[in-house]
Write a protein of this length. Structure first.
Length: 413
């Protein structure tokens, strides 16, 4: 069935641990997963708040052992992960897609991120059956929650929470210089939430310069190359860092040089990247304040409080969808038995028809049809009658009662 491994902001007690662990886990998973013969399919989900692997397997115990070994290879003495199976894995995936397991509850970026992970796994040939159905179902559940509840109506995301955090730290952003490092999904949401705030100088810098230009145009700002990062910081009151780099992009040298040109002007840096893209020592520079993902916790708590009713509604929908899956799985058992019965009856029919055809011309039609019908009934019921008599002799009355129910004989007994 399904086994999943999870390292999230919740299990790690914040994002600081993710910063150190996730890149290594990503490398280890890429190395190990293709070699796990008991893993038939797998999807790796990597977002700013989580690293998860969903695997389809016929041996849950073996895969759990593999996952545990993978974690221990990276973090030998720290328990920052957990492993789920079957229904619990499915429920967790549904909660993730709906935004219920996010740092900012109700965020709508997560469904896109999970879908992208699923599409990438499919394109790589890692998904072809069970996980296809599971992730398609998860997307449908996410859509239902967003349609039938207000969970993500006006919902803050990591990007909008970063802007809210900036305002809580330095007040109105009107006239303030702002630099955005990065131009991906989170950076785009940050930009969207800065629109209309009457900013002063706006600068966007990104490894892909063309994307920086696009985002800068949306804000009426300018794009600069990463090589001019010090100049960008020099002109800023707030630097919002949201790149996908696996290492520090904003270094002490950049900030030190920038602050030397404006030592009395405070600088707020908010880094929402995982792993962090700002060197920790930046916070030691006078007049510089460094915030990260963990700083969003108070905003996240307020968001949960505002959405209690919608969270309950979303959880109810997930429970309903899980019940549907359970019912479908039970039906699958019956459907397999029905399929096998159908094959057996078809074999009997073909055999008896062939026997009847061989007698055509030498036997009266009425006699032929009578013999055919008797032979088919006899063949179909032979094992049924034998097994019913054995069940009755062995006092297994539940088998006899089941036969009576299946043939609609309860009222005639």
């Amino acid at each position: 069935m399904i086994v999943s491994m999870h390292v999230t902001h919740t299990s790690a007690g914040g994002t600081a641990a993710l910063n150190d662990v996730v890149p290594s886990l990503e490398e280890e998973a890429a190395r190990r997963l293709p070699t796990m013969t008991v893993v038939r399919e797998y999807v790796v989900v990597r977002t700013c708040n989580r690293f998860e692997v969903y695997a389809a397997t016929t041996d849950n115990v073996a895969v759990k052992s593999y996952f545990d070994s993978m974690i221990r290879t990276i973090v030998p003495s720290t328990n920052i992960s957990y492993i789920l199976e079957d229904k619990d894995s499915i429920r967790h995936l549904f909660r993730v897609v709906c935004g219920l397991d996010s740092l900012i509850v109700g965020e709508d970026q997560i469904q896109h991120q999970v879908r992208e992970s699923y599409i990438a796994a499919k394109a790589a040939g890692h998904v072809n059956g069970m996980l296809t159905r599971l992730f398609d179902k998860a997307m449908a559940v996410g859509k239902r929650v967003r349609t039938e509840t207000a969970l993500n109506k006006g919902a803050v995301s990591v990007g909008s929470a970063a802007v809210e955090l900036a305002e809580s730290r330095i007040g109105d952003l009107g006239g303030k210089g702002v630099t955005i490092l990065g131009a991906g999904d989170i950076a785009s949401v940050i930009a969207k939430n800065l629109v209309g705030k009457n900013l002063g100088t706006v600068i966007v810098s990104n490894r892909t310069y063309s994307r920086a230009i696009e985002l800068a145009d949306e804000l009426g700002g300018k794009a600069v190359s990463m090589a001019r990062m010090t100049d960008a910081v020099s002109d800023s009151d707030v630097v919002l860092v949201a790149t996908g780099a696996p290492h520090a992009v904003l270094k002490c040298s950049h900030v030190s040089e920038a602050m030397a040109t404006r030592p009395d002007r405070p600088l707020l840096i908010i880094d929402v990247s995982i792993p962090r893209n700002t060197e920790d020592a930046v916070s030691d520079i006078p007049n510089v304040k460094l915030e990260n993902m963990d700083s969003l916790e108070s905003i996240a708590m307020k968001n949960v409080e505002r959405r209690k009713t919608e969270i309950a509604s979303a959880e109810k929908i997930i429970t309903e969808e899980l019940a549907k899956i359970a019912a479908e799985q039970k039906e699958q058992y019956a459907n397999e038995i029905i399929r096998q019965i159908g094959l057996k009856l078809a074999g009997i029919r073909e055999h008896e028809l062939e026997t009847a055809r061989s007698r055509m011309g030498s036997t009266e039609t009425s006699e032929l049809l009578d013999d055919l019908s008797r032979a088919m009934v006899s063949k179909i019921t032979a094992e049924l009658y034998k097994n019913l008599r054995e069940a009755s002799r062995d006092d297994r009355m539940e088998t006899c009662n089941a036969a009576a129910e299946l043939f609609g004989l309860e009222d005639s007994q």
